[in-house]
Design a protein around this ligand. Sequence first.
Ligand code: IMP
Length: 219
Amino acid sequence: MRKIVFATNNQHKLDEVRAALGEEWTLLTPRDCGITEEIPETSDTLEGNALQKAQYIYSRTGLDCFADDTGLEVEALGGAPGVHSARYATDDHDFAANTALLLRNLEGVVNRRARFRTAIALIMNGVVSMFEGCVSGVITEAPSGEGGFGYDPVFRPDGFDRTFAQMSREEKNAISHRGRAVAELARFLSDDGPQPVAIREVQNGPDNKKIFFSVKMKR
Ligand code: IMP
């Protein structure tokens, strides 16, 4: 079994990623590695935050690791709330308040196109690879459904007549931004996945560990 650290303590995400990676991988959490403090995410991009979190883990453990960051990007709002999705309305991750603010900001707006986007940064053998997953859809006029979390009650993915909150967890995971990004990561980590084809940049990480940036992997 190979060990890898996922920079989250969110059980729902851990279950989803564990299922996608399969038995070959032992998934560790920051807590398993003695990291109990909140991992900083101060970048103004999803990719920046994912990389910042992965680098934090790597610099303290030296273990292969990855981190994710997700945002809801609404066309008519110029991509907002985007990287600020968790704290759109208040500082305390209030899903209901975030959703209410989003609906208020879209009152009377005809273009309701939006997408969820997840960035994953992987550091493996000191090499960084980035993965992305997106799902496009529309913001509904009012919340529907009890399932999921966050903006799920107001996001209806293209090709469906239900919101994410009206879908089963399996149904959502199969088409979701995070599901797709994790599938890319899983493909990469499996033996038949693509390997990084070029090294773009070298940085000295904390503790003088070298961190290499590979080109972004896309299939
Ligand atoms: P995180 O980076 O996964 O913590 O996501 C940041 C924020 O985006 C969350 O606090 C939610 O508000 C929102 N979000 C992320 N994933 C989802 C999802 O699958 N459904 C609805 N909202 C989500």
